[in-house]
Design a protein around this ligand. Structure first.
Ligand code: F6R
Length: 610
């Protein structure tokens, strides 16, 4: 939700700012703007549309300066207009602000400031910040004015601020919206995320809530809102520069789907030692505690919530721990019944989803242990929760989550093995089989990817259908939900995921010869035969059946119009294999329809507002 980048250097920062902004576009693409300081004045260009479109009109690369800010917008307050595009300035055009978040008391502040004579040009909540700083500048240093202003602000913000009269200083502040500092050589950065500046530095400082940073080209200082200096740790991020580039793929989504064998292999790396699971030091929950827990509650949003449903199945089926999955946005506003024997797990790719952060904070009020499963090192969620297991998917840039999802499933699977072993719900042979099963996954995923041509054929046949249904059962019901979500978000085709048998209670009425029905039907001892029955029911109504089946399966083939095969493995691992063809199907359909796959309309990669 909105991307921010800023650079202060001893040379022209124009290209770095432009590149940083183009890497951040997945966060918002309603409008875009840039600001530089030249000779004590701002040069600002902005416009409505994506970076490339606006750049064609205004030529951002004509702007010059050793200090600058860039912003791409995902609108919350105020329509998508040039006036509402960031940066926003004060009355004297001396303070320039870019913002990600929501200022909750902006209306009161705006009224107060208007009464004092401030003139507003936009409908945004952001503009109040520029005027509020201006109001506090009278007789004060800029740092003091900034602190005084932020003390009055309620809500979430990641801010980049320039003062025309302070051309060597880049100011930043955060509260509940992500913002990092990147340390370069004779230049320093602020950004909404690490990948956007990874080509320039991997030395990162994470700002905490209610901290203000002042960056120059040769250093930085961080203060709290009372002006007290804070000591900050510099983290080295071990993501490669290439990982944040498309590397020849048409879209990030496709690249990230193809990266899954590697991402899973990385996620497993050094965590399986002699039939035991060993997570890193960020995971310090004792065996004693893990033996004692009576219940697990998982909070998450979107795709991560679907991963949580797979986790629920595994924890209950194998580790025998009662588990509930909650939408983080719901959990945060209800009084859940939690006690010391409950473990609360938050799952999040970005670690910055506002609702998931709030749900974790809510859980902590009950004094329960919290564990986060997260992809982004040092992100907010990892700093809030007691324990962490990192998925090692590498940066995920495409808005539709793909490799983050399968690595979340891999982590949940490893955690299930650990819990089952400690709680002795599985014997050594079963543990060994589980470990052998997951070890096969990277290679097996490669063989699923090798079926891409057949999946493309299906996409070519059905990309013009207006609706579709996704059916699965057991551990693959969440995969039906996730397959449908992928199609919806990147192609804008209506799709619904259902437990296959539940179809009879309503959705079956929708099935006719125009309805593609994707059925996940791996061979298993649980519901396979029932799913065959469900396929018959769809067929009897003329539905177009695209099935995901286990290699060698003949029964599904007899009934379905198209079959995509996944390799044989344990039932609990069928979900990791089954989602990949569905990701590819969604991708190819969206691409055939000419959608902007990596930047689907109205979506943003991390939802940092509630
Ligand atoms: C869908 C998608 C979203 C995210 C959701 C949670 O493809 O990406 O549904 O899964 O916004 O995001 P994280 O996992 O970053 O908390």
């Amino acid at each position: 939700m909105c991307g921010i980048v800023g650079v202060v250097s001893n040379k022209n920062v124009n290209e770095k700012l432009f590149n940083g902004l183009s890497n951040l576009e997945y966060r918002g693409y309603d409008s875009v703007g840039m600001c530089f300081i030249n000779g004590g004045k701002f040069s600002i260009k902005k416009g409505v549309g994506k970076l490339e479109e606006v750049h064609k009109k205004v030529n951002f690369l004509k702007l010059n300066g050793n200090i600058g800010l860039g912003h791409c917008r995902w609108s919350t307050h105020g329509g998508v207009t040039e006036k509402n595009a960031h940066p926003h300035v004060d009355c004297k055009n001396k303070i320039s602000v870019v913002h990600n978040g929501i200022i909750e008391n902006y209306s009161e502040l705006k009224d107060e400031l208007t009464k004092k004579g401030h003139k507003f040009y936009s409908q945004t909540d952001t503009e109040v910040i520029a005027h509020l700083i201006e109001e506090n500048l009278e007789g004060n240093k800029v740092e003091e004015a900034l602190r005084a202003a932020l003390k009055k602000v309620e809500g979430s913000y990641a801010l980049g601020i320039l003062f025309a009269d302070e051309p060597g200083k880049l100011f930043a502040a955060r509260n509940e919206s992500p913002l990092i500092i990147g340390l370069g050589k004779n230049e320093n950065f602020i950004a909404s995320d690490v990948p956007s500046i990874l080509s320039y530095t991997n030395k990162i400082v994470y700002l905490e809530d209610k901290e203000i940073a002042v960056l120059t080209n040769d250093g930085f200082d961080v203060f709290d809102l009372n002006g007290k200096e804070k000591r900050k740790k510099v983290h080295t991020i071990h993501w490669s520069k290439e990982s944040s580039q498309k590397s020849g793929y048409k879209h990030f989504m496709l690249k990230e789907i193809y990266e899954q064998p590697r991402a899973i292999a990385d996620t497993l790396n050094e965590r399986i030692v002699n039939n035991s699971i060993i997570f890193e030091k960020e995971f310090a929950l004792s065996d004693d505690f893990l033996k004692k827990i009576k219940r697990i509650v998982i909070v998450a949003c979107g795709t991560s919530w679907h991963a949580a449903l797979v986790g629920e199945f595994m924890f209950e089926e194998l580790a025998k721990i009662p588990t509930e999955v909650e939408y983080a946005s719901e959990f945060r506003y209800r009084h859940a019944l939690l006690d010391k024997n409950t473990l609360v797990i938050a799952i999040s790719q970005s670690g910055e989803t506002a609702d998931t952060i709030a749900a974790l904070k809510e859980a902590k009020k009950y004094g329960v242990k919290t564990l986060s499963i997260c992809n982004v090192i040092g992100s907010s969620i990892t700093r809030i929760s007691h324990d962490i297991i990192y998925t090692r998917a590498g940066p995920e840039i495409g808005v539709a989550s793909t490799k983050a999802f399968t690595t979340q499933l891999a982590v949940l699977y490893l955690l299930t093995i650990l819990l089952s072993k400690i709680r002795k719900t599985l014997n050594e042979k079963q543990i060994k089989d589980m470990i052998e099963g997951i070890r096969k996954i990277p290679l097996q995923l490669q063989s699923v990817l090798d079926e891409d041509d057949e999946i493309l054929e299906c996409a070519e046949l059905y990309y013009n259908k207006l609706n579709s249904l996704y059916l699965g059962r057991g551990i693959n019901f969440p995969i039906a939900l996730e397959g449908a979500l992928k199609l919806k978000e990147v192609s804008y085709i209506h799709a619904e995921g259902y437990p296959a048998a539940e179809m009879k209670h309503g959705p079956i009425a929708l099935i006719d010869k125009n309805m593609p029905v994707v059925v996940i039907a791996p061979h298993d001892i649980y519901t396979y035969k029932k799913v065959l029955g469900n396929i018959e029911e769809v067929k009897a109504r003329g539905g177009i059946i695209i099935a995901i089946a286990t290699v060698g399966d003949k029964e599904v083939k007899k009934r379905a119009k198209h079959v995509i095969y996944i390799p044989k493995n344990l039932y609990t691992l069928s979900s990791i294999l089954a989602i990949v063809p569905l990701q590819l199907l969604a991708y190819h359909i969206a691409d055939k329809l000419g959608r902007d796959v990596d930047r689907p309309r109205s979506l943003a990669k991390s939802v940092t507002v509630e």
